[in-house]
Design a protein around this ligand. Structure first.
Ligand code: SAH
Length: 304
């Protein structure tokens, strides 16, 4: 398979500035928007990076919050939409010194008890590999009222920005989302890789970069081909988005050769081939689709 590393095309800084100004001033569309009450915590997904992927509920929250507690993967542009609020960084990135989860949760409790309108902003969707469930549970255990605002998860939206549909009728009837490490930072021993490998045509791996050699080996031991298509999409949906197309057998050396860094989503399965037709960012930059029928169906896409 052709190996390909590509870069994203996004608006220039000047265009972005105009868009940001326009959005700050524009009222929300007419709707019965929920009011953020003092003492509440809204646990909200910020999407994978591109601020345009925020939900309207998230924007509504940003405009009302007294304090925004945000994670490492939340884009700074988004915080500008809450100029009235205190911005508190509570990032956690693998291997680097970071706030402890329990401390973050208790900080949220304290702020709520002070009567603040608290917006807890997390990358992607707060309930997808983001410990949002634990934070919400701690809040509820302390008698704090919460509202949950879902977000677009990197394993769906990030892949879409790379032109990879997470499901496609000709490829998969199921998709499995897995985390590349467990609570101790090791490859999850509790995961039944053989079952995942056999049971799911498409596997989407979060936090998989550190242990990719072991993960790829486990999938191949369990019967996936060394030729299985794999994509690695890093900093997806941001100006720095990069995508690598490779195979299970070559992934380790190719990640290394391309200098791909986390955060990255790794997608294993034939849906990766669809990028040959659907790399819409490359097409927006003037490139022709590489292959109009990447799955070799020999018929129009929707003839079935
Ligand atoms: N709650 C988040 C996931 C948090 S776990 C969500 O729903 O998306 C952190 C992992 O998510 C990263 O290690 C990476 O695998 C993935 N991730 C988050 N943002 C990403 C991005 N912009 N591009 C690629 N991967 C991303």
């Amino acid at each position: 398979m052709r190996k390909c590393v590509s870069f994203a095309i996004f608006p220039s800084a000047a265009q972005r500035c105009n868009i940001a100004r326009m959005t700050t001033q524009a009222p929300l569309p007419d709707h019965n928007w929920p009011v953020m009450e003092p003492g509440w915590v809204w646990l909200c997904g910020a999407g994978p990076g591109d601020p345009g992927l925020l939900t309207l509920h998230a924007l509504n929250a940003l405009r009302q919050a007294d304090v925004v507690i945000y994670d490492a993967l939340v884009q700074q542009d988004i915080l500008q939409w809450a100029p009235q609020a205190d911005h508190v960084y509570a990032g956690k990135r693998g291997g680097k010194p970071s706030a402890k989860q329990r401390d973050i949760s208790l900080r949220l409790v304290d702020l709520a008890r002070e009567g603040k309108r608290v917006l807890r902003l997390k990358g992607g969707d707060p309930f997808v590999f983001g410990r949002g469930g634990e934070e919400a549970q701690t809040l509820v255990q302390h008698g704090i009222q919460v509202r949950i605002i879902p977000g677009i998860s990197a394993g769906i939206g990030g892949l879409a920005y790379a032109g990879i549909p997470v499901t496609h009728r000709d490829v998969n009837q199921s998709v499995t989302f897995v985390t590349g490490h467990d609570q101790s930072g090791n490859t999850p021993g509790s995961l039944d890789w053989a079952s995942i490998s056999k049971g799911s045509q498409v596997i989407v791996i979060y936090m998989g970069m550190k242990h990719i050699a072991q993960i790829a080996a486990k999938l191949m031991e369990a019967g996936r081909s060394i030729h299985e298509p794999v994509a690695v999409v890093s900093t997806a949906t941001t100006d720095e988005q990069r995508a690598l197309e490779t195979t299970l057998g070559s992934i380790v050396e190719d990640i290394d050769a391309a200098g791909m860094e986390p955060p990255a989503i790794i997608c294993v399965g034939k849906s990766v081939l669809m990028r040959q037709a659907l790399d819409w960012q490359a097409q927006a930059a003037g490139e022709a689709p590489r292959n109009l029928d990447p799955l070799d169906r020999g018929r129009p896409a929707e003839s079935a």
